[in-house]
Ligand binder design. Structure first.
Ligand code: BES
Ligand code: ZN
Length: 625
């Protein structure tokens, strides 16, 4: 018998009174989603009621999840859920509105990627199941922060990050994006904290320790989100606002002042915003991502608070997911590009509407550069939009490729069929598949029927198979250009060959995108004295713009520029955003001395990192607990 993670007896029926027919036969067909143990083809969860206490003293959530389901296959005798390191205390089932009776359950072996299946025995008429459980302090989808890790330093903080398959570490659920459900939640916190969820019911002021939420639209489990802490609020518009720690609220509200304009732009292009409100929660800096599109409540890193709105395309991106991702959802993680490629394309359309084509063009150029950099590192199998992730953690598919190759593909269609035609197509696509989860094949048939039909000439020139099923970038792919970035690249080349030339004195007036382009276009490595020249002229080591700072710190490491060493340590200890910390640790470990330095810094930084950040950096530096 394999012991389960919680030390309980492990697989085997928790109460062995009756024989059980579940799991008796082998699966008949290959499951749609290889990253889930669930059996939605037999029993499909429709609605979940959460009743959870946040125990900051023990860093666990405890309570129950009540699942309402449909018996797709009436003879199925078990509801199978995904869990990861949950402590399952008991299970019960009920028919319709009937009384609860204790149910037998089994926790399967813990797969290192998928976690454990939880099977709950279902008597014939059962339509609801209640699982009493608690999370583990190390739950992969939660981060419990000590007061010292927050801006205010006085209260603890908790936040979830469920994508891709971490919802199962805090809710026993059918954790596959092919299953959509509504939910309601009652959440209890210490009375001085505010709890928020990606749901309706967020309160803008009153606290008291008990909060009720509901999500009336059907969503996949990876979009379930919760947070709590000393959290304040500022409105941004009639249907938008920002939550953050009190000392961060004003800066966040100023940074995100254009949110309502972005919503209006997206609605003009792709139809009504269907989630009622759009709020943003700015998290402490350990949040491992830039943003997460939790419906009604985007979670965002504070590293986008540059003070000049220059990094708000992140909000355009997460908002765009309200159409591509949340409304029309990838059915499996192989179809992740349907979420992120579409969203990256739409993000730039929103940026173009609100900030103009020059800004959108610069971001497209930088995006294509990111893609080229990624292509150098990726294996062929990871350069395919419709990626095969079987046997792998779906987080491994979250490279720049689905974002930027996906966006280029859509842009190539836009260029071929014309913007008006393509906009109309996309709008129809969102209406047609609204609140559904779809596969790449579903998209391809819709594309053939609605964009390709009636223009066989143009359609014949689309290398569909090459774009979607093959590695690399088709030779005919669009090459975004930007005059501004072209000028800056020229200035970088001039400076590199020793001519300061006209243009470099423009640096102080350059936008963040131009500065990034300048830094990226310099030769690598640069000699320490050349790095010092730049630093003295432009104060790069003290830049508070996290994008500029991380790019500069990377160059400083490559060029062995000692004056940036203290800033590097400060940055890596304060910030846990994976996009920034991953390349810095990778660069550090390239030399022997660097690896020792990496370990010394990581020792200080690790206690503050999110489980996802810890997992990433442990591998890079070869951390042994
Ligand atoms: N949904 C993603 C974040 C994500 C992807 C989390 C896969 C876990 C697994 C989100 O919308 C996103 O793409 N965030 C980006 C920012 C964006 C501006 C490119 C990020 O966090 O870097
Ligand atoms: Zn995204």
């Amino acid at each position: 018998m394999v012991p389960s993670l919680d030390g309980s007896p492990g697989p085997g029926w928790a109460s062995a009174s009756l024989p059980l027919a579940m799991n008796a036969s082998a699966p008949v067909s290959r499951p749609l989603d290889v990253h889930s143990h669930a059996n939605p083809d037999e029993v499909r969860v429709l609605h979940v009621e959460l009743d959870l206490d946040m125990r900051f003293d023990r860093k666990v959530l405890e309570g129950s999840a009540t699942l309402h389901f449909e018996r797709v296959c009436p003879e199925a005798s078990a509801l199978r859920l995904d869990t990861r390191a949950l402590e399952i205390r008991s299970a019960a089932t009920a028919a319709g509105d009937g009384p609860w009776s204790t149910a037998r359950f089994e926790v399967g072996p813990a797969d290192p990627i998928l976690g454990s299946a939880l099977s709950v025995a279902l008597p014939p008429g059962a339509a609801r199941a209640r699982v009493s459980y608690a999370t583990r302090p190390g739950a992969s989808g939660l981060q419990w922060l000590e007061p010292a890790q927050t801006a205010g330093k006085r209260h603890p903080f908790l936040f979830s990050q469920s994508q891709a398959i971490h919802a199962r570490s805090w809710v026993p659920i059918q954790d596959t994006p092919s299953v959509r459900l509504t939910f309601a939640a009652t959440i209890r916190t210490p009375p001085e904290l505010l709890a928020v969820m990606g749901a309706a019911g967020n309160s803008t002021g009153s606290r008291g320790g008990t909060y009720r939420f509901h999500m009336p639209q059907r969503i996949p489990a990876y979009l379930m989100a919760i947070a709590a802490g000393d959290i304040g609020f500022a409105p941004l518009g009639p249907r938008s606002g920002v939550y953050a720690e009190p000392s961060v609220v004003a800066a966040a509200a100023a940074e995100f002042a254009d949110t309502e304009k972005m919503m209006e732009a997206a609605e003009r292009l792709y139809g009504p915003y269907r989630w009622d409100r759009y709020d943003i929660l700015v998290l402490p800096p350990s949040f491992p991502f830039g943003g997460m599109e939790n419906p009604r409540l985007t979670f965002a890193t504070p590293t986008v608070l540059a003070g000049d709105k220059s990094l708000v395309s992140l909000i355009a991106h997460e908002l765009a997911h309200s159409w591509s991702g949340n409304l029309v959802t990838n059915a499996t993680w192989s179809d992740f590009w349907l979420n992120e490629g579409f969203t990256t394309y739409i993000e730039r359309r929103i940026v173009e509407e609100v900030y103009g084509p020059e800004t959108a063009g610069m971001e497209a150029v930088l995006g294509r550069q990111d893609l080229e950099d990624e292509l150098v590192r990726l294996e062929d199998r990871d350069e395919i939009l419709h990626i095969d992730l079987s046997g792998r953690d779906p987080d491994e598919g979250a490279t720049r490729l689905p974002y930027e190759k996906g966006a280029l593909f859509l842009r190539s269609l836009e260029e071929l069929f014309g913007r008006a035609r393509f906009d109309q197509f996309l709008r129809g696509y969102f209406d047609h598949f609204a609140f559904q989860s779809i596969t790449t094949a579903d998209f391809v048939s819709y594309l053939r029927e609605h964009l390709f039909a009636g223009d066989s000439g143009k359609s014949a020139s689309v290398a569909l198979e090459e774009w979607i099923e093959r590695p690399g970038i088709p030779a005919a792919a669009p090459r975004p250009t930007s005059e501004a970035l072209h000028r800056v690249a020229a200035a970088a080349q001039e400076w590199a060959i020793g001519r300061t030339g006209p243009g470099l004195e423009g640096f102080p007036a350059w936008t963040t995108q131009e500065r990034l382009q300048f830094l990226r276009q310099l030769p690598s490595p640069l000699a320490p004295q050349r790095l010092a020249e730049l630093d003295e002229a432009f104060g790069l080591t003290s830049s508070r713009n996290a994008e500029i700072a991380s790019q500069w710190l990377l160059m400083s490491l490559r060029g062995d520029y000692a004056a940036a060493a203290a800033r590097l340590e400060e940055f890596l200890v304060a910030i846990g955003r994976r996009k920034f910390i991953k390349p810095l640790y990778e660069e550090l470990v390239k030399t022997g001395g660097g690896r020792a330095r990496a370990l010394a810094i990581y020792k200080k930084a690790r206690p503050g990192y999110h489980p996802i950040g810890v997992d990433t950096v442990d591998r890079i530096v070869g951390w042994q607990a």
